[in-house]
Design a protein around this ligand. Sequence first.
Ligand code: B12
Ligand code: SF4
Ligand code: SF4
Length: 341
Amino acid sequence: MTGEQARALARECGFELAGVARAEPAADAARYREWVAEGYAGEMRYLTDRRAAVREDPRNLLASARSVICVGKLYQTPWPLSTQFHDEERAWISRYAWGDDYHDTMRRGLEQLAARIAAREYKICVDTAPLLERSYARLAGLGWIGKNTCLINQQSGSLFFLGELLVSIEIAPDSPPPDRCGTCRRCIDACPTAAIVPQGIDSRLCISYFTIEQRGPVAEELREGIGGHIFGCDICQDVCPWNRRAPVTEEAAFAPRLFAPRLEEMASLTQPEFRAMFRGTPITRARYSGFLRNVAIAMGNRGLAQFRGVLEKLAESEDAMVAESARWALGKLSPSAPSDR
Ligand code: B12
Ligand code: SF4
Ligand code: SF4
């Protein structure tokens, strides 16, 4: 099979971007080790435990692997960027989480691709497998790794998901494109928490990490930078010039279910309502407790006196983390007008 044939089949399976890399250790593995050693993974144990070593070689995932077919699927939608949105009563949910969970959609497309290639031995990876997805996607020619660490494609920007099909077939590899960040540093300057460091992202400072991955309370001194984000963060991609003309996805599953919800409505969700509202979206990863913590912090940052009532209820929550975050937020509200009391 040629690389061109593999790319054409991937496009038929719904992937706008595709390319091939050799199933061999990537030089970036050394970077990964340094990043972990610096503590930049925070509490994400799945990055630092025995699975860290698995990342050294794709053949640890499929012993017979010869090629890594890397694919990208766009999720850009014709809605405002986070940097263009300023409604204080509403929360920002990261663009990638507006529609159905991408893991399922990507996996289905990769199953189709495996069937079309008639691969006898294969392994599908989407996000959760211990594989350096961006490094292999770069080697497969899908883009370069920007200073914000996202994989950026010259035509498509960075608003796309990555997935891989490891196959035991030998396919001629593609070559990586040049780095086109140049002297730009907009992402570094725009990051509200200074999470972009020379080695990549210091997750311990990243809003995306706080609001999605971190299970415990967010340190007080870091809460202000979170602004109105309640799940993920798009800032370092929204300021990137390569996303100015990013093409919009044609994938119905990624059409927004819920855009910038009202904070008061989110703070009032019961656990069953939370489950029902976000079933099948990435947002369930934050869990109910983490989600309410995020909502409380966003309300404190917005500081609107009208949030007092719902925050007082959250402050009585049996969940100590939610209650503490709500108490903190109450202390940040502007004084209520007499009519609000
Ligand atoms: C852990 C994780 C996170 C963590 C840590 C992020 C990070 N940058 O490391 C947190 C929770 C913060 C996060 C946030 C997000 N994530 Co995330 N995340 C992952 C995950 C599971 C592992 C990444 C990892 O190994 N990080 C450790 C670092 C060291 O590895 P790395 O980022 O891959 O970096 C390598 C290269 O950058 C390379 N390198 C080579 N050349 C260069 C040059 C420069 C200048 C630099 C800095 C690095 C570099 O060295 C590194 C070591 O190999 C991957 C899926 C996967 N299995 O790879 C998704 C993944 C990277 N995430 C993704 C997405 C969409 C996001 C968010 C946009 C979600 C959101 N809106 O909130 C943000 C973006 C934040 C950002 N600027 O990175 C996509 C990225 C798609 C793309 N086009 O790049 C992935 C690939 C998931 C997927 N399958 O689509 N994520
Ligand atoms: S996702 Fe947000 S907090 Fe994290 S590095 Fe990018 S701009 Fe900074
Ligand atoms: S904003 Fe500039 S420096 Fe950052 S990733 Fe985009 S092009 Fe590169």
